[in-house]
Write a protein that binds this ligand. Sequence first.
Ligand SMILES: NC(=O)c1ccc[n+]([C@@H]2O[C@H](COP(=O)([O-])OP(=O)(O)OC[C@H]3O[C@@H](n4cnc5c(N)ncnc54)[C@H](OP(=O)(O)O)[C@@H]3O)[C@@H](O)[C@H]2O)c1
Length: 240
Amino acid sequence: MRRLLPDPAPVPDDEALVEAYRLPAGRSLRVDFVASLDGSVTVDGRSGGLGSPGDQRVFRALRALADVVLVGHGTAAAEGYRPVAADAAVGRLRTANGRPASAPVAVVSRRASLAPGDRLAVPSTVLVTCAAADAGRRAALEAAGVTVLVCGDDDVDLPAALDALADRGLEQVLCEGGPALLSAALAAGVVDELDLTITPALVGGPDRLLAGALADVVRPRLLQVLEEDGVLFTRYAIDR
Ligand SMILES: NC(=O)c1ccc[n+]([C@@H]2O[C@H](COP(=O)([O-])OP(=O)(O)OC[C@H]3O[C@@H](n4cnc5c(N)ncnc54)[C@H](OP(=O)(O)O)[C@@H]3O)[C@@H](O)[C@H]2O)c1
């Protein structure tokens, strides 16, 4: 892998990749996506068809730098999310960087859709939901050890959710999608960075980076471009 911008340089290994994505201390919400040239985020309903070895390495580097992985329930279900494994490559990269080997996964779900027995219904998981979610379902998840954060009345209040995560020491938030959650986070003005992998593929289809039109156009500012095998790994800042 090599850096094209801001100044050309090799990115020889995973440690260099972690450095390329490191953030200053303090609160942040960065969003990681892979998309085709035409803005599609799935092939046959999942992101895997857009992936590459470089994208896997960036995915791991971003997880290595995160206090918590935030994901919409639609993505957690479609992609078969599990807790972040402490003994895998991400865990090794995390401990090499002085972080706990695993990071909690925080699932955003208005309806508290996670069910006891799901792979993510374990004590390391955080469920971010709202008061309108079924109280029995919330109680069952709490009984399974899941931390349930009720943020908002009829819908999830994302700024309140990020405050609640920060109160638990989870300040550097990596959001892995999906489009509905990204759209809501942009509308709420809480996104600091978009890390978009652009895969040279044309896909078409309905699954786009955003779930619908935004009320206001957001104009991210380019910070960095890496490249490997024709795949571009971009970092954009989003000024609040
Ligand atoms: N290419 C990529 O990098 C990438 C990344 C992520 C996802 N994807 C793909 O995107 C697809 C999923 O899209 P999606 O838009 O359905 O994903 P999503 O945003 O992960 O999931 C939508 C669901 O998550 C919950 N949710 C999201 N935002 C919320 C909010 N602001 N407040 C309350 N609840 C919220 C709701 O769950 P409840 O219905 O339970 O309330 C909602 O139905 C999958 O095919 C996945 O593979 C691709």
